[in-house]
Design a protein around this ligand. Structure first.
Ligand SMILES: *Cc1c(COP(=O)(O)O)cnc(C)c1O
Length: 428
């Protein structure tokens, strides 16, 4: 390493001890990193091909106002998304405020009173509890007469095929499959496993809608859930597919009928995709999608780097240091609040924005306990940018993800270790 680089790290607050420890870990990761590069290359070409097919041109970057009729940029972007995910149609809009909102319109647009929703992979993401009505919430699907059934994963993480077979019934209209672990200790599902699950479900009930919550999964593998039978796939643009450039938004891709049903919820029955001015976001949506494979690759390198660092120090990492990756999230189980808070302080201290503030746990809306969040992001709340969050409750795991560049992820993780070291919480 050059002396000039060393000096920079020193100036930015990294000690010789922590730095050399981390360098020795990185030296062992060359093979893993080249595997990630191969997936990045494939997905980069997939995105370029879709953009070429739809003749993306500079006039697609112009904005529209008012009703947004005939917004050719918006419509072309949606065609590009449909190509990337190999689906009939797509809804990609700045009016979708977040991933939870995208999931809400996909669910409420496709479910009717008397229908049943099934999660065959255990409890869904925390914010979905209120939407489904697992936790009482005004406006939930439960209030509209949609019932919910859940089949947990088996102890060993396998699907409970017998339980799923028993849960499927004549009222089951939609099955929601969450790819990423979210704040659960379970493992993230690979696209292959999602495909196996969908095939099983369809063998019992061919007409059921299989929807995948794809949050944090886009471009991690060469295939997406829509390549293995998902009828709908949903995600947030301030995560992977926005590439860090989309300032807001969500997407829904899948079969035309189901995407249209969701669009009727987003705007109004009958209006659907026809309205919705893009207000100047088209360029950043296109450019973000273009950047996304590379950004996701960098984030994955960061996650693997972190797992290798913290596992060697004796902390359980999910996924562990050697496992294959199916989303960009890395959980480190610290077992107590002190470690979690120092870790988050380190991530914050490495940020390009707001590095001078100190994160603290707070009662965030939608969560049932205090949550600490570290992020110094260009896009507020963006979790494709380097960020860490942790519910302050046992087992005191920190979930961290992102980094628009590998070098920023690397620096953030080294700073997290620095904070733990400074607080006397780890031995190197
Ligand atoms: C992030 C995420 C969501 C949606 O969260 P928002 O903060 O509303 O964008 C849903 N499901 C999973 C698994 C997620 O990771």
């Amino acid at each position: 390493m050059s002396e000039a680089l060393d000096a920079y790290y020193r100036e930015l607050g990294l000690s010789e001890k922590v730095y050399s420890y981390c360098q020795s870990v990185e030296a062992g990761l060359a093979d893993r990193f080249s595997q990630i590069d191969a997936v990045t290359e494939y997905n980069q070409l997939k995105v370029i091909k879709a953009m070429q097919e739809h003749k993306v041109s500079d006039y697609h970057f112009a904005d529209s106002t008012g009703y947004g009729y005939n917004d050719i940029g918006r419509d072309t972007l949606e065609a590009v998304y449909a190509s990337v995910f190999h689906t009939e149609d797509a809804l990609v809009r700045p009016h979708i405020t977040c991933g939870t909102h995208a999931l809400t319109i996909a669910l409420s647009g496709n479910l009717r009173p008397g229908d049943e929703l099934l999660s065959p992979v255990g409890k869904p993401y925390d914010t979905l509890e209120g939407i489904i009505g697992i936790r009482p919430q005004k406006g939930s699907l439960a209030e509209y007469g949609v019932t919910y059934r859940q089949v947990d994963l088996l102890e060993n993480g396998d699907f409970d095929y017998e339980g799923i077979r028993n849960a499927l019934n004549e009222r089951t209209k939609l099955v929601t499959i969450q790819r990423s672990k979210g704040y659960q200790p379970r493992r993230t599902l690979s696209v292959k496993r999602i495909g196996e699950l969908i095939a099983f479900i369809k063998s019992i009930k061919p007409d059921v809608i299989c929807m995948v919550d794809n949050c944090y999964g886009e471009f991690v593998e060469m295939m997406e859930p829509t390549d293995v039978g998902a009828d709908l796939c949903v995600g947030s643009l301030i995560k992977n597919p926005g590439g860090g450039l989309a300032p807001i938004g969500g997407y829904i891709v899948g079969k035309s009928e189901y995407v249209e049903n969701a669009a009727f919820r987003l705007t109004a029955p009958g209006l659907g995709k026809e309205v919705g001015a893009s207000l100047g976001v088209n360029r950043s949506f296109f450019q973000g999608l273009f950047m996304a494979p590379q950004v996701v690759g960098g984030a994955l390198k960061g996650a693997i780097f972190a797992a290798n660092i913290y596992e060697k120090l004796g902390f359980e990492c999910v996924p562990d240091s050697t496992e294959s990756r199916h989303d960009i999230i890395q959980a480190v189980v610290f077992g107590n609040a002190g470690h979690v808070i120092e870790f988050c302080k380190g991530i914050q201290a490495a940020a390009p924005v707001d590095s001078h503030v100190v994160p603290e746990p707070w009662a965030m809306p939608g969560y049932d306990c205090d949550v600490i969040m570290a992020a110094g992001a260009f896009i507020s709340g963006s979790s494709i940018e380097l960020s860490a969050d942790a519910p302050i409750k046992p087992p005191y795991s920190v979930y961290f993800q992102g980094g628009l560049t590998w070098y920023h992820s690397k620096f953030g993780i080294m700073m997290s270790l620095q904070k733990l070291w400074d607080a006397g919480l780890v031995n190197l």
